[in-house]
Design a protein around this ligand. Sequence first.
Ligand code: PSV
Ligand code: MN
Length: 434
Amino acid sequence: MITPDRIEAENNTRARTHARDLDHARELVSRSGSDAELVIAEVARFSAAAPSWALGTGGTRFGRFPIGGEPRTTGEKVDDVAAINALTGANRSISLHVPWDDPADPDALRQYAAERAIAFDAMNSNTFQDNPTTTRDGAITYKFGSLCHSDPAVRDAAVEHNHHCIDLGMRLGSTAIIVWLADGTSFPGQANFRAQFERVLDGLRRIYARLPADWRLFTEHKPYEPQFYSSVVNDWGSSLLLAQGTGDRALCLVDLGHHLPNANIEQIVSRLAMAGRLGGFHFNDSKYGDDDLTTGSIKPYQLFLIFLELLDAGRSKESPEKTRMPPLAYMIDQSNNLKDPLEDLMQATDAMQVALAQALLVDQPALRAAQDANDPALAQEILHRAFRTDVRPLVAEARRRNNAALDPIATYRALAYRTEKIRQRGLNAVATGI
Ligand code: PSV
Ligand code: MN
């Protein structure tokens, strides 16, 4: 129902205003010495995978308020991602979470998604909940951890589950697996830090042994939750040690919500890139902890600074003025109780595109000169000039060139996608996931 002709018709109603805004933005950009065409092209190239686990209303432990029309199957999740991708042009893949998604016929699902121009990004394994397949109906439990567990049978089950995710992902055309572990302790003395870490490293090596040659394994750190005293993979340092100890294709994934308050995430991004171990992202935003709020909704300047570091990592050695986004796995990982999840994802995508466009506007030679001259005031002026530029017309133009919507949210509402899905799937349809 969100078809190219309906999007075009909606775009036509905005065409004149867009043309005027775009002219103005071009002028602003060229006055500051940047090339608007390069910005539009790079934004148009960018894509972030949608999380299969956040296409339904996200709940908290205090309740869930379903919005209706949620996808009931992985196929319907693909439909929703295809719908938002048609509107944003920048969500060309879906990232699955097993066993919340464990398709019985992966070949058919791959075909179904391909017909809707949707690919499969990294697979997410789940050893933070027991599941009937690998934990054999309660005979084994992840209550006290998975790869870190003192019982080798539990560790074996967790490795087996990850192998299953890789096998499934191969059939879907995915080329990466994300291992996020809830492993840790909630009380001092509950377990030995070192023993837990060594068991996790051993488990990751066993998982890695199953990786096809063109696959990557991402370790995702998180300081606390669900365990509240220690996590085994608590920070980027532990994540880096694990990646380095596992193999060349083991890389670190940065989830923006997985840092202690006020951590300098952009510097972490720089360090991991420098070490050659930055692999992927889970984008979201937060005020206090792992709040999983919409990317860019709380700290847009931080998001801009992160994109600046990504462009730094993507800088070509031969011609340093050419900055491109490095080929990492960019994914969204957010969910909340209040918004329509599809609108939430489109807002996140827009925020990333805006941050990318602003980061592309930074006058790099001038910034380097200010840095070499030890002139922090000038360096700040240069960053702020880029950050405060209204790049929204450039981003809209990038979307238009991808045959997507000038205004995704307004178009989504005008085409009444949610109403139609409530009619088709029912008011009480509940998606698997968070
Ligand atoms: C954990 O908080 C996390 O960020 C991991 O990526 C999980 O796979 C995801 O959220 C969904 O629970
Ligand atoms: Mn995550």
